[in-house]
Design a protein around this ligand. Structure first.
Ligand code: DGJ
Length: 571
């Protein structure tokens, strides 16, 4: 009888948790994703753009995601297929996506390819695309128009909102288990072709005063704005009245900043407006992503880049955060820019870089990471690594998220452009070097040789040089670099968790860590008490091997995820 009562209670609690909406919880300065009431690190990948229109391919992609130990897939709801005829909705593909994910016990992030997909409006239904009189287009300075819906048109907003709302109503009815945990309304808005929209409605808005909600945002966030934006406003006298041009114009080296801010704000208003309506029906976390600048200065104007993030925020609050699509390896610059103003970090797209997953989560408290295009990967080495990283992090989600915003968790990154070659944790300094720099480490106390040789050459491809946070808007020429080129050698990352004063968990690959005590901590000798190799199960470390002798050093070899528990002693 007692057993039965316990079982009933257990089932009831379980049922209650399952019924809970996925949500972003913000408690004690920690932002976490909660799924079924539990902390959840999003470990996934986005399928290729057209995969979602092919049910067999969707089924296969879910299997592949499962094999790669992911817990989430980013898939699509295409406006053109959801509403092929105005007012007639068809959710068959969305249903298939949900059921296919459910079958593999995966969660979904649903990307709404509505008005904008990587700048263009190619996913707008045919009845929208072929009627520019009703659905106004983005107009360039010479009067020609682009295949981009204008964010200034009320008719455009009405049409996109209606379809999105139907989608949300459908999810509410169909997806009772909340397989869909998050929405991404739109994808990389902006354009390469013009600094701003010159349609008649856009012209009117450009010539009018900066709206009050922007002015209020500026007043509220003065001193906390993105530095280039703060400088632009200050250079024009921190005015609280005037046109966009009067408030933000004429930046040295970047004369079109005002236009870009203007477009960012209006894209944001549009997206936030319909996302807000959708959340009234089904209140799921939501975000949108940006096409980042690269070395050549390529990026679409008005997209969600860090230097206009403030204007995305000013345009509404239906989106919880904004995300970078990370196709470079300059992680410190990118991740830190997307943390400004309390933005939550989530990487919905990147190259297949398991190191990125470890570093974003360990150092920048990212709620998740999804390298792009799992249905096209051929790099078996990195697929295996990613799969091991996914499996380990999923088992550690509770532990890791409990260390968000705490000095007890750090990320290590071994690459030429990495910011820190050493970090401090508690009484310790951890020095990072290449995994291939093998040395014995019998006594690594005060006489510790300086770890790390900064000799690595690195393919030009990945660098980003942006002076003082300002985009190189004037240099849009030449072909963009290939974001899918291979990762450099001698590249790795790790997460370190300080468990007790002299005990650390370290998981990662492609780097070596040497320990020393901080200056001022007196000791005669520092040594390893033990190094255990193992894995994590339900947030607990399980030891499988003890490293000593030749292996008595913290080397996380290239190409292989290693999970260690390192205990030190000092006397
Ligand atoms: C960024 C876009 O957001 C994705 O939809 C996809 O097109 C990738 N680029 C690369 O193919």
């Amino acid at each position: 009888m007692r057993k039965q009562i316990i079982l009933i209670l257990f089932l009831a609690v379980n049922q209650a948790l399952i019924a809970q909406l996925p949500q972003l919880s913000k408690v004690d300065n920690q932002t976490k994703m909660l799924v079924d009431g539990r902390p959840f690190l999003i470990l996934g990948s986005e399928m290729h753009n057209s995969t979602g229109s092919d049910t067999a391919a969707v089924t296969a992609v879910m299997k592949e995601a499962k094999a790669l130990k992911m817990n989430t897939v980013l898939g699509y709801a295409y406006w053109e297929m959801v509403e092929p005829v105005e007012g007639k909705f068809n959710f068959d593909l969305v249903n298939h996506l949900i059921l296919a994910a459910e079958k593999e016990k995966l969660k979904l992030i649903l990307v709404w390819f509505g008005s904008w997909k990587s700048t263009t409006s190619s996913y707008a239904p045919e009845w929208v695309k072929t009627n520019p009189q009703r659905f106004e287009r983005y107009v360039t300075e010479d009067g020609s128009f682009l295949e981009i819906l204008s964010p200034f048109s009320e008719e455009n907003l009405k049409a996109d909102s209606k379809a999105y709302l139907e989608l949300m109503k459908h999810l509410k009815d169909f997806d009772k288990k909340h397989t869909v945990i998050m929405l991404q309304p739109e994808n990389e808005p902006g354009t390469f072709t013009s600094y701003r929209d010159f349609s008649s409605k856009a012209q009117k808005a450009w010539q009018a005063s900066v709206p009050k909600e922007v002015i209020d945002y500026l007043a509220k966030n003065k001193g906390k704005l993105f530095s280039a934006f703060e400088n632009a406003w200050a250079a024009n006298g921190n005015k609280t009245k005037g046109t966009w041009q009067e408030l933000f114009a004429d930046q040295p080296g970047y004369p079109h900043y005002a236009e870009e801010l203007f477009m960012a704000y209006h894209y944001s208003k549009f997206i936030n407006a319909f996302a807000a309506e959708g959340r009234k029906v089904l209140d799921l976390p939501s975000y949108c992503n940006g096409w980042l600048y690269n070395k050549l200065g390529y990026y679409p104007h008005g997209t969600i880049n860090s230097h206009v993030l403030d204007m995305y925020r000013a345009g509404g609050n239906a989106l919880d955060f904004y995300s970078p699509n990370v196709y470079s390896l300059d992680y410190d610059m990118l991740f830190s820019a997307y943390k400004i103003g309390g933005n939550t970090l989530f990487i919905p797209e990147s190259i297949l870089s398991p190191a990125g997953v470890l570093y974003a989560i360990g150092e920048y408290d990212a709620i998740g990471f999804a390298p792009y295009g799992l249905d096209g990967w051929t790099d078996e080495k990195n697929k295996t690594l990613l799969s091991d990283v996914n499996q380990t992090l999923a088992e550690m989600s509770g532990l890791i998220t409990s260390k968000f915003n705490s000095p007890e968790m750090r990320g290590l990154y071994q690459a030429p452009m990495a910011k820190n070659k050493s970090i401090e944790m508690g009484d310790y300094v951890l020095s990072i070097s290449s995994a291939e720099s093998h040395r014995f480490a019998i006594d690594f106390g005060k006489s510790l040789e300086k770890a790390g040789k900064e000799t690595i050459s690195f393919p030009q491809l990945m660098g980003i040089e942006i002076p003082e946070g300002m985009p190189k808007a004037e240099t849009q020429q030449g072909p963009p670099p290939n974001p899918f080129a291979g990762l450099p050698k001698d590249y790795g990352a790790a997460i370190v968790i300080q468990n007790y004063a002299d005990e650390f968990y370290i998981l990662g690959y492609g780097l070596r860590v040497d320990f020393a005590l901080k200056n001022g901590i007196t000791f005669k000798h520092l040594g390893y008490r033990s190094i255990e190799k193992g894995n994590f199960e339900k947030n607990e470390f399980v030891s499988t091997k003890r490293w000593n002798g030749d292996e008595l050093k913290v080397v996380l070899h290239e190409g292989e995820l290693t999970v260690l528990k390192v205990r030190l002693y000092r006397n």
